[in-house]
Design a protein around this ligand. Structure first.
Ligand SMILES: Cc1ncc(COP(=O)(O)O)c(C=O)c1O
Length: 367
């Protein structure tokens, strides 16, 4: 049996006619940038997340960058984030002119460790970006209680809830990515900021459009970070399927858990109390010395796997100058050597999950 890591083609097929009709509308109107599709999607996405405002932008990286700038992050400020995110979280901090500071994560959930975060707060700390990694929301109440600006990195958590709150509605702002493989994916690049303050929303709208307050009135140096009408039209269509897709992911994750929860040599990411993760990724942890052999054995069984992420951000060469060397975030460093991402997408079948889990158990015995 072949089990791909993701399958976008199958996922997009049921909406094919709707996407084509949306494209036809644009060919008839020519409103490729700033068409009514943009505001329509923003209204729908704000409503979905429960945030007061949503602003569509070109990528998730831009979403974090513009949120930071609009919330007053300035050159020289320090911004604390998790060491085990995708590189873009830190990159956005650097593009805002600020200095990323990497906090370690908790071993069971792999989400930011509050005690380590608090240790890293200095007079220069302006903002915290907890990452809702793999689809599970970080422990937000104690982070919000610190009184700093907080931006949720929700790039992997569309529709996730914790403590009755949805990702994107919890902090001052949130950044979402609509990279095609995300839980809510565009037909290309895409992102959005959700936020609560109307003035900050206005500033984000201005920043994404060259810092204009009105046409040809540039009040600050911004970006071209607008999201195309076509992407917004596609996202409105796909958004209607998000809850069903997340429910399918959760069901498949439960099946994986059923197979793997008590298998010696396999560690799963814990679901925090009162949390309903949306399983952007299905992670297992195995002994680091056997990881490569296990992945090879899975590949031989037809199972595609990946690693998210093999190198924590503080150990990337691009951030060597910050001096947070090996040992500064030991939990993230160890997890990076142990994690394997198993196939996870809404159209994965139960039989495929069974095959992946059984192949993993067999490879643990064999290698
Ligand atoms: C946790 C996280 N943050 C930020 C990003 C950046 O999003 P994008 O690729 O849309 O710029 C991604 C996705 O790639 C991500 O997974």
């Amino acid at each position: 049996m072949k089990v791909p890591f993701v399958d976008l083609v199958t996922w997009l097929r049921p909406s094919r006619e709707e996407y084509l009709a949306a494209f036809a509308t644009l060919l008839d109107t020519g409103a490729f940038i700033g068409g009514p599709q943009v505001a329509e999607f923003e209204t729908a996405f704000a409503g979905y997340t429960g945030a007061a405002h949503a602003v569509a932008v070109k990528t998730g990286t831009d979403a974090l960058l513009l949120a930071m700038r609009a919330l007053g992050v300035k050159p020289g400020d320090e911004v604390i984030t998790a060491a085990n995110s995708f590189f873009a979280t830190a990159e956005a901090i650097s593009h805002a002119g600020a200095v990323p500071v990497f906090a370690d994560v908790v071993d069971d959930t792999l989400l930011i460790d509050l005690a380590d975060l608090e240790r890293r707060i200095t007079k220069k700390t302006k903002c915290i970006i907890p990452v809702h990694l793999f689809g599970q929301i970080a422990d937000m109440p104690p982070i919000l209680a610190l009184g700093l600006t907080v931006i949720e990195d929700s790039a992997q958590a569309h529709g996730s809830t914790r403590g009755g709150q949805r990702a994107g509605s919890i902090a001052d702002a949130a950044g979402f990515s609509f990279y095609p493989t995300k839980n809510l994916g565009a037909l290309g690049e895409g992102g959005a900021i959700t936020l609560r303050d109307p003035q900050v929303a206005e500033r984000v709208r201005s920043l994404r459009d060259h810092g204009q307050a009105a046409r040809h009135d540039h009040v600050e140096i911004g970006y071209n970070a607008r999201l195309d009408s076509l992407q917004c039209a596609g996202l409105s269509i796909t958004l209607r399927r998000l809850d069903a897709a997340n429910a399918a992911r959760r069901k498949l994750a439960a099946r994986y858990r059923q197979h793997l929860a008590n298998v010696p040599g396999v560690k799963l990411v814990a679901e925090a109390p009162d949390s309903s993760p949306v399983y952007h990724l299905m992670i297992v942890r195995v002994d680091s010395s056997r990881r490569d052999a296990i992945r090879e054995s899975l590949a031989k069984a037809g199972v595609a796997t990946a690693i998210h992420y093999p190198t924590p951000i503080h150990l990337q060469r691009a951030y060597a100058h910050l001096g947070q060397g090996p040992g500064s975030c030991p939990v993230a460093e160890r997890a990076a050597k142990e994690m394997i991402s198993l196939p996870m997408f809404p159209d994965l079948t139960v039989e495929q999950v069974d095959h992946v889990a059984e192949s993993l158990v067999a490879s643990l015995r064999a290698v």
